[in-house]
Write a protein that binds this ligand. Structure first.
Ligand code: IPM
Ligand code: MG
Length: 372
């Protein structure tokens, strides 16, 4: 097997803490991987006016996968205020680097496993085993937004939708529009990824989570494409739910569900709910995958107030590391790592503060490493 190249982007805030934890287990596992470290995050926004420097994009292009920590994003005014003087007033616009990377590398699957590990005091109920497939490149994250609403756009919208008439009395300045764009191909490929996963792992149903009764065109397209894809998987049932009801049912009967597939923003929301069912963001790992590249990250943020304190739970990062190992063909190491993580949780001796313990980020990682 050829040695795989993995880019490592710690980012900022607790991103550095959890990447350090990941390397404690990687150094123990010694997978056949060459690492190359890169720059991303708030520091580079402040000093270079871009949180995702071009050299980092080039780095990703010459690697097979990426291990990503966390990065800080701030509201518009603060972004401008923190730029170095030379960069102020140049009209630089901060856009989330992670969202840009997902789109730039066409990482259309955001896979988020949410599993209730035994003896984790934070889980909602035992036995929960959910797998969220979130469309990762379009929908409300398409970045097609307007404020104020331009006159020519209003005219075009008026001529295509009678429902626009109710906004006639509002000036453009008082209207903001964010487009929720779905393409047939993207609906199809995310649903197919969910079905292939269910097929591979032996799950008997895939639940498409949308809202086609109200958001008729976009959610409708997703559900119609899901029905078509489902025909190729006769052993797996397609269940259709509305996102609002789904949130209720996930709390009421979490064991009824296994593989969920949904669009970008609904997936963002539903995956946080699923994460909380199994212990919160400290357990929320993710793999952003495309056909030729993948980026693995814990879904917690950068929690700047905890940066460098080695306080946060590294488990989400360690599970993301398992997903990365699996992706680069180190399946056995990935399985060994997952077992070590699950054993450390079950043992209950090393727990970070969120789990009611006093262990540091690195102590938990060392406990995992010592079982490998
Ligand atoms: C996530 C996060 C991101 C998202 C943010 C940080 C842009 O919430 O990965 O779920 O909205 O996708
Ligand atoms: Mg989120």
């Amino acid at each position: 097997m050829s040695v795989k190249k993995v880019a490592v982007l710690p980012g900022d805030g607790v991103g550095n803490d959890v990447i350090e934890a990941a390397f404690i287990v990687l150094e123990r596992l010694e997978p056949e991987i060459e690492y190359e470290w890169g720059d991303i995050g708030w520091e580079f926004w402040k000093t270079e006016g871009d949180a995702l420097p071009k050299r980092t994009v080039e780095l990703l292009k010459r690697t097979d996968a990426c291990l990503f920590g966390a990065i800080t994003s701030k509201p518009k005014e603060e972004c401008e205020a923190e730029l170095i003087p030379e960069l102020k007033g140049k009209g630089l616009v901060y856009r989330s680097p992670i969202v840009r990377l997902r789109q730039m590398f066409d990482l259309y699957i955001n896979y988020r496993p949410c599993k209730a590990y035994k003896n984790n005091p934070l889980i909602y109920r035992e036995g929960i085993d959910l797998h969220v497939f979130r469309e990762n490149t379009e929908g409300l994250y398409s970045g097609v937004e307007f404020h104020p609403l331009p006159d020519d756009l209003r005219t075009a919208m008026n001529s295509h939708s009678p429902n626009m008439a109710k906004f006639d009395s509002s000036p453009g300045e008082d209207i903001a529009v964010s487009c929720r764009i779905f393409t047939r191909g993207s609906c199809r490929r995310i649903v197919r990824a969910a079905f292939e996963f269910a097929d591979d792992k032996g799950y008997k149903s895939v639940t498409v989570v949308e809202k086609p009764n109200v958001v008729r065109e976009t959610s409708g397209l997703m559900v119609r494409e899901a029905r078509k894809v489902a025909r190729d998987f006769p052993g797996i049932e397609l269940w259709e739910t509305n996102v609002d009801a789904m949130c209720m049912w996930l709390l009421k009967n979490p064991h009824d569900y296994s593989v969920l597939v949904t669009s970008n923003m609904f997936g963002d929301i539903v995956s946080d709910l699923c994460a909380q069912l199994v212990g919160g963001l400290g357990f929320a790992a993710s793999g952003n995958r495309g056909d030729s590249y993948a980026l693995f990250e814990p879904t917690h943020g950068s929690a700047p107030k905890y940066a460098g304190m080695y306080k946060v739970n590294p488990i989400a990062m360690l599970i993301s590391t398992c997903l990365m190992l699996d992706y680069v063909g180190q399946k056995e190491l990935a399985e060994a790592l997952e077992k070590a993580i699950s054993d450390v949780i079950a043992e209950g001796k090393y727990r970070t503060y969120d789990m009611g313990g006093t262990s540091t980020t690195l102590e938990v990682a060392k406990a995992v490493a010592s079982r490998l």
